[in-house]
Design a protein around this ligand. Structure first.
Ligand SMILES: [Zn+2]
Length: 103
């Protein structure tokens, strides 16, 4: 079970890493192209930046989750020590708090 989760998380991290890489490629190619007027280009950069930081945050969460699996405290609420509900983990696999403490 936990090995399966680790594999799942690792695959997701690889996917996200690819996404971050391709965002960087977009940045690079955007710089060379002269199609974009300044304002549009800046807007585009902001979107890409947001996507990148989103991906990075998720990578961080997932690698923390892998660490917790290794430590044997995955799925345990960091605040109250209760088990986090399975349904919650299905929706948010990297959740560190139970639904009560998360609010
Ligand atoms: Zn809790």
């Amino acid at each position: 079970m936990s090995e399966q989760l680790k594999t799942q998380f690792t695959q997701r991290i690889v996917e996200l890493q690819h996404r971050v890489d391709s965002i960087h490629q977009d940045f690079a190619s955007g710089r060379d192209a002269d199609w974009a007027e300044q304002a549009g280009e800046r807007e585009n950069d902001e979107v890409l930046n947001a996507l990148e930081s989103e991906a990075r945050v998720e990578i961080q969460k997932l690698s923390n989750a892998i660490t917790r699996i290794n430590n044997g405290d995955y799925g345990i609420c960091q605040t109250c020590g209760e088990n986090i509900a399975k349904q919650r983990l299905q929706v948010q696999p990297a959740a560190i708090k139970c639904i009560v403490c998360a609010d």
